[in-house]
Write a new protein. Structure first.
Lengths: 133, 113
């Protein structure tokens, strides 16, 4: 049990949500990334969180990054330099709506953890005042 | 002087509240972790009976919440945790003031004579 654990635990939550926000930005940045049909499409990144089980309570962590569909969707763009002989290119199959929804969830999660850091800081400051007259 | 029931009880209260604060931080950090059950800290009843027994020493115990879970198997409720966090923070400050008051009485006693 560390001295300022609550700040570290909330910090672990902020790290996970920050990773999630980074993954969503990556997905949105690549929403129109075109590849030729011989390559796999840009695969969306999905962050998987799990609670830390050694010592309780210990916070949360990113346990893995799952990758989305490599198939993507084929779009007929014969003028595109990457187009195959039939005129098709491969776009990633990223759902913009669900990415934006996840972005809001991640942002709110980050804010909730930041609020916990604030309150933990107040508590520890109170503890540091013990014995001061 | 430093092992009186009231002083030990105040220490136990600070420890219990601090554990609760950490558990709240853990719950909020895991608010979207699939399968995570919220932790709950209880120490007040143990502390009350410890004070009645004349020791004042009590430790908090953490249990997992049995509240219904969402579809991802998680049952952390942000509103509950936020309110409990504010309450715990204020109670911690009250307890630190009580400990400070105890120390300032001791200081007064040491000065006189």
């Amino acid at each position: 049990m560390g001295t300022f654990d609550a700040i570290g635990i909330a910090g672990s939550g902020m790290t996970v949500y920050q990773t999630w926000i980074n993954a969503i930005s990556d997905n949105l940045a690549n929403v129109n990334t075109v590849r030729s049909t011989s390559e796999e499409a840009f695969r969306a990144r999905y962050v998987v969180a799990s609670s830390v089980e050694y010592g309780t309570p210990a916070g949360t962590q990113v346990s893995s990054i799952e990758l989305g569909d490599a198939e993507g969707r084929l779009v007929y763009e014969p003028d595109n330099p990457l187009a195959d002989t039939e005129g098709y290119v491969r776009y990633p199959d990223i759902d913009m709506t669900s990415q934006m929804t996840h972005l809001i969830m991640a942002q709110r999660g980050y804010q909730a953890n930041a609020a916990v850091v604030d309150r933990a800081k107040e508590t520890y400051q109170a503890a540091l005042q013990i014995g001061r007259s | 002087m430093f092992d009186s029931v009231s002083f030990v009880a105040m220490n136990s209260a600070l420890d219990g509240l601090s554990l609760r604060q950490r558990t709240i931080a853990d719950n909020v950090a895991n608010i979207q972790t699939p399968g995570f059950l919220a932790g709950k800290v209880t120490f007040e009843d143990a502390l009350r009976s410890a004070v009645n027994d004349g020791t004042g020493a009590a430790t908090g115990t953490t249990t997992r919440s049995l509240a219904p879970t969402r579809e991802d198997g998680n049952n952390v409720d942000l509103e509950t945790e936020t309110l409990l966090n504010i309450e715990t923070n204020l109670r911690y400050q009250v307890a630190t003031q009580a400990v400070s008051g105890h120390f300032s009485s001791l200081r007064t006693a040491m000065k006189s004579s």
